[in-house]
Design a protein around this ligand. Structure first.
Ligand code: PEP
Ligand code: MG
Length: 902
């Protein structure tokens, strides 16, 4: 039987799939005995049914009636009654929080009759009429889909008529008039009256919330956050409590720790005499919790107790929405709070120190994505840039970009490749597109919990909010601040860690965490006396060391030069998993390849290769020196040779022009003939990888000899080289057998020449489906496997890796074929399946087979969890991703692979 409705008292925090995050946490707070206004949750199952059929399931109406009657009985009041009416709020609440994306309707149940009842109950006629006009306004916008401007304009007119500057100055009489005006707007715009029947209001509001799951902005947010489209939202129907019943009432948001910095201690915003979303909307500036202690010590004490209770229970930072109605505290919402990357690391270690969580849990509470955010550069200290203003630091980072004053412009200019900073009075859900496009967001109004702050933090976008000195004038497309006019298109810089806004460009410097990773803990601590920064660096160090001690996967780096190798090693790499040797044939060395290609006889061919030998040998010596004692996997040449030759068209033109002038260059003519001969329609599927090695005599032999001689040199220098030879793009075991035999021969030759034994492991890249599917045979000739998941993705999907991402992936993610590029995160079901088969069958043949991955996926957090789960021995990624991979490999070991969400 379907479950469409559950009372708050029936659920708990683990039922987020069914009740949504908000519903599950309301249920949990109710279970804990905290003061939650009673109510019920319409489950995501009802929403999914609604999405499937486009209609509200018939049983839902019945279940809502039953829940409503239970609620009425519990409170001894009736929905929309003439006396002491029960009013309810109707709010969305999906499994994953989607801040500000979906709708809320408050005061449902008010009509021409019950507004009198509310006046009686509250003893405040003004309040009753204000509540009623808010209902019509919210209902009009959200449920009836009317332009919100119509209502705001009418409100402004009413204020102007009274000479009032704020809503608070309007009298009961004014508001009663406004209600009539609002009702007229509804009648005029929809052709019908504002619904008077409370149950009709409730049903319409429920449908509006269910339908808001499918709005464009909600879809956009989900795509960005990779939230599946088919989860659906729950709807929470909660008895209303009022924060706008005069000076002893109010509403607020509280955090049990600072979500921006992670600092211990209560933290929050409070608005006296305000309702619902006023705090989050950031329309008025707020008081702090310390102020609340002065305003209402009793409610404050109760709130603090509830906060501590929640933090102890969830063992994490909680964020809380609360309302105080005439001195009585009500808890409207809680959840494990979002936080910045720095706060995540600091809070995790603080909770360990407070003995609330273990180090394993601390590790599971930070992510590789958060660590990468901490690697963002920051503004250089002591810069002489002009400081325009300092406001609230809402989301960290340092952003420099051109001012844009609306979202559409942000999207447009960002699409042209410009870095833009979106400057708005305040943001609302319609600004999401612009916030995604911008490198930073600056708002003139609002606190740390305003829409701009919450959304920017969630997406890791730099944000400064509440810059009251900034006065925006959309007509002249500019803003003024500190007596200066800044025009759209001007360059500004914002610091989301300090709240500073600068005029013009500002230099950026590495972050303290980058310094720690590069130079070590002591150096990073010595570089600053800011205790918060030092605490952050220590937290990162502790968690990263724990990840290293815990992880099963080794982390290697993809590096081709001694410099990269050295950096990788500093960042914690345990070797090189992929050295792409083609990098060694570029620049001045191209001409050697030309000689190889143009050689007219065997002798010329060998001579051309011989010329390359000393160069390659030096390359490998440098690499092995940096990676002394650690595995250094050298991949034999992979790309088609014509990649090293001039472009066919350019060379054709050059030769044609020369011919016209009668200055024919014989070399160019021969080169052109060779380039033509070697031209391929599909070079990625052509003569490359092992095929090249087997077809161009002596090429792989040269490279293998260079590796062996480099090993001999390093040993003679007293080093401890661990070179390994890796063969790319193998499809058949026979290809590998041929190269391996040649390699063994060269090893013994060079060994004999130097009087040492050279026995380097020879392994293979698994980059073709056929290799994966014949892994049992290939393993007989390979000492290790390394998945080249870039090519394996390309060849499994038939996607040209260099073309398709730019060409049509945007459409493919928009229409839901892909949630993420398979070149970025491993496609577990397809490419991952091949990986799994190859691991199992390879190890069946050779139980001690060492297996890793060196495609881009080796540095991708989600993919790393997959590779850990299928039993790989190592991941190899670019040097700067090594710390993230270390962390994620540790997380994989303590949390296992995530549930399948694709
Ligand atoms: C791969 O294909 O995943 C790989 C690492 O090789 P390359 O990217 O050099 O083709
Ligand atoms: Mg490859």
């Amino acid at each position: 039987m379907a479950t469409y409705v559950k009372d708050f008292s029936e659920g708990d925090k683990d039922q987020k799939d069914l009740l949504g995050g908000k519903g599950a946490n309301l249920a949990e707070m109710t279970r804990l005995g905290l003061p939650v206004p009673p109510g019920f949750t319409i489950t995501t199952e009802a929403c999914r049914e609604f999405l499937r059929t486009g209609e509200v399931p018939a049983e839902l109406r019945v279940e809502v009636t039953m829940a409503l009657r239970r609620l009425e009985d519990a409170l001894g009041r009736q929905l929309g009654d003439f006396h002491e009416p029960l009013l309810v709020s109707v709010r969305s609440g999906a499994k994953f929080s989607m801040p500000g994306m979906m709708e809320t309707v408050l005061n449902v149940g008010l009509n021409d009759a019950s507004v009198q009842g509310l006046a009686e109950y509250s003893g405040d006629e003004r309040f009753a009429w204000d509540s009623y006009r808010r209902l019509i306004q919210m209902f009009g916008r959200t449920v009836l889909d009317l332009d919100g401007e119509l209502f705001s304009q009418a409100l402004d007119d009413a204020k102007a008529a009274r000479g009032a500057t704020s809503d608070v100055d309007l009298t009961a009489e004014d508001l009663r008039g406004l209600v009539e005006t609002f009702k007229d707007i509804v009648r005029r715009e929809t052709g019908r009256d504002f619904p008077q029947h409370p149950r009709e209001q409730l049903d319409m509001a429920i449908v509006a919330v269910l339908a808001s799951w499918g709005t464009e902005r909600a879809r956009l947010y989900r795509r960005k956050e990779r939230i599946p489209d088919d989860l659906g939202t729950a709807v929470n129907v909660c008895s209303m409590v009022f924060g706008n019943l005069g000076p002893t009432s109010g509403t607020g948001v509280a955090f049990t720790r600072d979500p921006a910095t992670g600092k211990s201690g209560d933290y929050g915003d409070y608005l006296v005499n305000a309702q619902g979303e006023d705090v989050v909307a950031g329309i008025r500036n707020t008081a702090t919790l310390a102020d609340l202690e002065q305003i209402d010590p009793t409610a404050y004490a109760e709130l603090r107790q509830a906060m501590r209770r929640l933090e102890t229970h969830y063992r994490d930072l909680c964020d809380i929405e609360f309302t105080i109605e005439r001195g009585k505290l009500w808890m409207l919402q809680t959840r494990v709070g979002k936080r910045t990357a720095a706060a995540a690391f600091r809070i995790a270690t603080h909770l360990v120190d407070e003995n609330l969580i273990t180090m394993d849990e601390a590790l599971s509470r930070v992510t590789g994505a958060q660590l990468s955010q901490l690697l963002f550069p920051q503004f250089a200290a002591g810069s002489d840039a002009t400081l325009l203003t300092t406001a609230m630091a809402a989301s960290p980072g340092a952003a420099v970009g051109r001012v844009v004053l609306d979202s559409a412009t942000a999207v447009e200019r960002a699409a042209q490749g410009e870095d833009v900073i979106l400057v708005r009075r305040e943001t609302n859900p319609d600004d999401l597109g612009g916030m995604i496009a911008a490198v930073g967001v600056l708002t003139a109004r609002g606190g740390k919990t305003s829409h701009a702050a919450v959304v920017a933090r969630g997406m890791g976008r730099t944000a400064v909010v509440g810059a009251e000195a900034v006065v925006i004038d959309l007509t002249s497309r500019s803003f003024t601040v500190a007596g200066r006019t800044v025009r759209e298109g001007d360059l500004i810089a914002i610091d989301g860690s300090t709240g500073e806004v600068f005029w013009g460009d500002v230099d950026v410097v590495p972050s303290p965490v980058t310094r720690y990773l590069e130079d070590g803990l002591d150096a990073a601590l010595a570089a600053t006396d800011d205790e918060e920064v030092r605490d952050l660096v220590r937290s990162v160090d502790r968690i990263l060391r724990h990840a290293d001690a815990t992880r099963r996967l080794r982390v290697l780096a993809n590096a081709d030069t001694p410099e990269d190798a050295a950096r990788a090693r500093r960042l914690g790499a345990q070797g090189i998993g992929l050295c792409r040797t083609e990098h060694m044939f570029l620049g001045e060395r191209r001409e050697h390849i030309e000689h190889v290609v143009l050689a007219e006889d065997d002798a010329a061919h060998l001579a051309a290769l011989d010329a390359l030998l000393p160069l390659q040998r030096e390359d490998f010596v440098g690499l092995l020196r940096e990676m002394d004692g650690l595995p250094t996997t050298i991949r034999l040449l992979d790309p088609p040779l014509h990649e090293f030759l001039p472009d066919l068209t350019e060379l054709s033109v050059k030769v044609a022009l020369a011919e016209e002038r009668g200055e024919v260059d014989e070399g160019d003519v021969r080169l052109l003939a060779a380039v033509r001969r070697m031209h391929e329609a599909n070079p990625m599927l052509g003569l490359r990888g092992v095929r090249l090695g087997l077809v161009v005599p002596g090429l792989f032999a040269l490279q293998i000899r260079a590796v062996c001689e480099a090993v001999a040199i390093r040993r003679a220098e007293g080093g401890d080289p661990h070179a390994e030879i890796m063969v790319p793009l193998v499809g058949s075991v026979q290809e590998l057998r041929l190269v391996r035999e040649e390699a063994l021969r060269i090893m013994s030759e060079v060994g004999a020449e130097h009087g040492i034994e050279i026995d380097l492991p020879v392994g293979v890249m698994i980059e073709l489906p056929r290799a994966a599917l014949t892994a049992d045979r290939i393993a007989a000739q390979a000492q290790f496997f390394s998945f080249g998941t870039n090519d394996l993705t390309q060849t499994t999907w038939g996607f040209s890796r260099d073309d398709v991402e730019g060409a049509f992936f945007a459409q493919y993610t928009a229409n839901g074929v892909l949630t993420v590029s398979p070149f970025e995160t491993i496609d577990a079901k397809g490419v991952g399946r091949l990986v799994q088969i190859a691991v199992e069958e390879g190890r069946a043949t050779r139980p001690d087979l060492v297996i890793g991955v060196c495609g881009e996926h080796g540095g991708d957090p989600e993919s790393i969890r997959f590779f850990d789960a299928v039993g790989l021995d190592y991941v190899s990624c670019s040097p700067f991703r090594v710390p993230v991979a270390r962390l994620e490999a540790g997380r994989a070991a303590v949390t296992g692979v995530d549930a399948d969400t694709r």
